[in-house]
Design a protein. Structure first.
Length: 588
């Protein structure tokens, strides 16, 4: 049924403009040029001659999908009109899109939409579960989506600070997935990006912007953007939850957002902006670096105490980021302040010696990374740089601290980088620490996790909390893991490769040895073609995997997460990666 009752300012504007055009059709007198509605109607009449009839969206069966106005011309043509009423210096929001349909509808790809929807279902459910547990507590993992949304609607109808981390995490994850899909489409030189750009900017409609201030009309103009060649289009991340599609001097912004409260639908709001000129980007980056340099005057903790590994790692990320920015002054930052705030937060917990070591070593490490990327990709340009927040990592196998988006020829390439800060140069570094309930599951080796789980439960029932009992438990579990891995050498070698790559992670690793002024740049997954298993090596609670003729190894050690005083605690694997010493480079 038609809905004749407009409620919002924009809806009232639609009704008022309709009335002005209808009056013109009856009286044949042009509306006044200085009124908000009349001036808009006059502009439309002057641009679209020979109008014989006008209807608006409130006369349609579904006002949510109908254009604001439909003009019927004397020659039989039909013109769809979209009206935008905004204050000066504001930008329009062309369309609000449904998250689970926008790719198929506007990008014309059902397969990409299906991939996005599968991902959406997973992360959205996790958002609901995390939020419900935070607000209500002790929510069953088996609860349905409808049940979780009902709990949130009853207990927390509006977003609160308690849920902000989950809201931000979900929107960030959806943006990351969307950006990755768009990049793949762009790299295939398909026409989907161009098609969506024109469609989302409503280039098949007559779009009228009315600017006003109070009751005064400030101007009326047509909004029309067009792009004809895919080579003129670029893709970028914007902020933490938007994707930008830029053509020439206009950027279409697609932003993920909740419609209202935690139980509401997720929509995509579109808007547009003028992209920053390269000199403005350089000015902003120079300002960021100056603010970072100002933060370097912080008072560090006294020398001689125990090193704070977390603070050292965070400061290393910030310093490395700043050095990348220094040598790439035109790169786009997704957040101009995050690295400054990170350093300011953690730098009081490192010593002056640690700081100087990290800063000096990072100079050479950034040069080493640039040389590595040059060898890998040929000529490239860093398009954007992002300091990845820990809480937003959905894929725990991608433990990136910094993500670079490169332009390589006419393609985009993403390079996630994991940074490690270690005092002394060593060719053994920590990698993943999966739980005993994950190591043989589909995240890692995808073998017989249920068999290992059965062994675990049997050991737990007969567990004796003394040295012998603890050793026996760990040895039995390690033995089961070693047996399954060894059997996979002949029967399922690809699963061994998959699990080994998962333990190492997908990110490029840069190690900063800040006390020795050395660094290493490590990329390992592409070189793994065959994995050997060394059972009970170097001890009965360890198994070792090797490849590259033994030059690379991962050692899996089974351990309790707590000491003997805690009796039975969860069991996990401490995994260490050993690589050839020749891959460590010196800055001097």
């Amino acid at each position: 049924m038609p809905n004749p009752t407009p409620r919002k300012s924009g809806d009232l504007h639609v009704q008022a403009v309709t009335s002005e055009i209808q009056h013109y059709l009856q009286a044949k007198t042009l509306p006044k040029a200085d009124g908000i509605a009349s001036g808009t109607a006059r502009f439309i009449i002057e641009q679209q001659s020979n109008i014989s009839q006008v209807t608006n969206k409130f006369e349609a069966d579904n006002s949510n999908v109908a254009p604001d106005l439909t003009l019927h011309l004397a020659n039989g043509d039909v013109v769809c009109v979209n009206l935008f009423k905004i204050r000066p210096k504001r930008v329009i929001q062309p369309k609000n899109l449904g998250a689970k349909s926008f790719i198929a509808k506007y990008f014309g790809s059902a397969s990409l939409q299906s991939e996005f929807n599968d991902y959406f279902a997973k992360v959205y459910r996790q958002f609901l579960l995390d939020s419900a547990n935070r607000i209500v507590g002790d929510v069953s993992n088996e609860a349905t989506e409808r049940e979780l949304k009902r709990l949130l609607k009853e207990s927390c109808p509006k977003f609160t600070q308690e849920l902000e981390e989950f809201r931000s995490k979900l929107l960030y994850e959806l943006r990351e997935k969307c950006f990755g899909l768009f990049l793949d489409e762009y790299n295939q030189a398909s026409e989907t990006i161009e098609k969506a750009f024109n469609s989302l900017f409503m280039n098949d409609s007559f779009n009228v912007i009315t600017q006003y201030d109070g009751e005064r009309l400030k101007g009326v103009k047509e909004f029309k953007i067009d792009v004809h060649e895919i080579k003129n289009v670029s893709i970028s991340k914007v902020g933490s939850n938007s994707v930008g599609i830029t053509a020439d001097n206009i950027t279409l912004l697609i932003r993920f957002k909740f419609e209202s409260g935690p139980d509401s639908a997720i929509k995509l709001a579109t808007s547009y902006a003028t992209p920053k000129a390269e000199n403005k980007i350089a000015q902003d980056n120079a300002r960021s670096l100056q603010q970072f340099n100002d933060a370097l005057s912080v008072t560090h903790k006294p020398e001689g105490g125990k090193a704070n590994s977390n603070a050292i790692g965070k400061c290393s990320e910030a310093i490395f980021y700043a050095q990348l920015l220094k040598v790439n002054p035109n790169v786009i930052q997704l957040d101009n302040h995050a690295f400054i705030e990170m350093f300011a937060k953690y730098s009081p917990d490192i010593t002056a010696t640690e700081f100087e070591g990290i800063r000096a070593t990072s100079v050479g490490a950034v040069d080493g990374l640039s040389a590595f990327l040059k060898e890998k990709h040929g000529d490239f340009k860093i398009d954007s740089i992002e300091l990845v927040p820990d809480a937003y990592l959905d894929n725990r196998l991608n433990t990136a601290d910094i993500e670079l988006v490169l332009r390589v020829g006419d393609k985009y390439v993403t390079e996630p980088i994991s940074l490690k800060a270690i005092a002394k140069a060593t060719n053994t570094i920590n990698c993943k620490n999966p739980g005993i309930g994950q190591i043989l599951g589909n995240t890692y080796f995808d073998l017989r996790q249920e068999e290992l789980n059965g062994t675990l439960e049997a050991l737990k029932e007969t567990f004796i909390n003394d040295d012998a009992g603890r050793s026996r438990t760990l040895e039995c579990l390690s033995g089961n893991i070693g047996k399954q891995l060894a059997n996979a050498v002949e029967n399922e070698p690809q699963k061994l490769i998959k699990g080994t790559k998962a333990l190492l992670g997908s990110a490029l690793v840069v190690v900063v040895y800040y006390a020795d002024n050395k660094y290493a740049v490590l990329e390992h997954d592409f070189s793994i073609t065959k994995v050997q298993v060394h059972r009970d090596t170097p001890s009965l609670i360890q198994n070792t995997l090797s490849w590259s003729h033994g030059g690379d190894q991962v050692r899996l050690r089974v351990k309790f997460s707590g000491g003997q005083s805690h009796c039975w605690t969860s069991i996990k694997l401490a995994c260490a990666y050993t690589f050839a010493k020749e891959r460590i480079r010196s800055n001097v």
